[in-house]
Design a protein around this ligand. Sequence first.
Ligand code: UDP
Ligand code: MG
Length: 320
Amino acid sequence: MTSKPVLSVVVPFHNEAACLPELLKRLKEVLVPLTQASYEIILVDDGSTDSSPAFVQNAAAADSKIKAITLSRNSGHQAAIGCGLEYASGQAVITMDADLQHPPEVIPQLFEKWRSGFQVVRTIRISKNRIGLAQKLTSWVFYRLFNRISEVQILPEGSDFRLLDRRALDAVLSLPERQRFLRGFVSYIGFKQTNVEFECPERFAGQRSYTFRQSFALASNALLSFSTAGLSLPFFLGLASLCVVVLYVAVCGYLIWAGVFALSAGWLSLFTLGLLSLSLQLITTGIFGLYLGKIFLEVKQRPNYFVAATQNLEGPVRKP
Ligand code: UDP
Ligand code: MG
């Protein structure tokens, strides 16, 4: 086997036939001069159903620096990145999307930061109009909530476009959870970190394949992985509702004593309080359920992807 490359670039893709030729062309233009041709591009097919697997197969057959991994089915963006990271053998690894929203032309800046001694180079998107209002709002709520309750902090305009030095990569891969929220992991591991800003364009071609369900799963996984705040929520809610009830009883008691209203006049408020306490109980039980579900998935220790085939690769550098 040839010696280890300086740089590995890991690209998960799902139905990106319209983007991959342009991506590979632009990646090569950047990587050849930057690394003196000591690079590998690992393309992870996350269950594509279009012609992208065939394109990648031909590209890998023509160029041994292009390495292909085919997952057995669609396992999700985070799982596909995780798989690529396990196979990457470079001294540094860059992860990026296939749709050119992470422009290859930014790679030299990440590389230079790494060369100057940084072990984690994160990126920050600076274009604001790329996403719709609903997505903007939900992501604002998510980041506010995450950074308030979690043990690590993440950047609102961060993404999975980043460079990891081998040591930082090994640290990420040593974290035992199966369900990975890589952005949280990267903050958690520490090391010498820096950021690079980049203009994030519209996707080059094709459709966004992240579904609302996937986005919700990613967000809830992130929150549940990095915070136990939900587990103590019932205690504080219980305390707050107890205060409300005590206050309510005191006020009603006084008003009845003072003859302002008869005993039966408070039925509506009682009904409201009953409903309030029921919904609080359901919400808090629901949060317990979310944590329990997560523990259940972790306890099963099922791999979050299966590799159906590889090309130009021997096996994972680091076993999952
Ligand atoms: N992707 C993937 N598996 C999926 C969904 C998406 O590997 O199940 C890839 C996709 O091909 C792209 C990247 O993940 O390279 C980001 O996805 P997308 O562009 O759909 O999301 P957005 O950039 O809009 O958040
Ligand atoms: Mg995209």
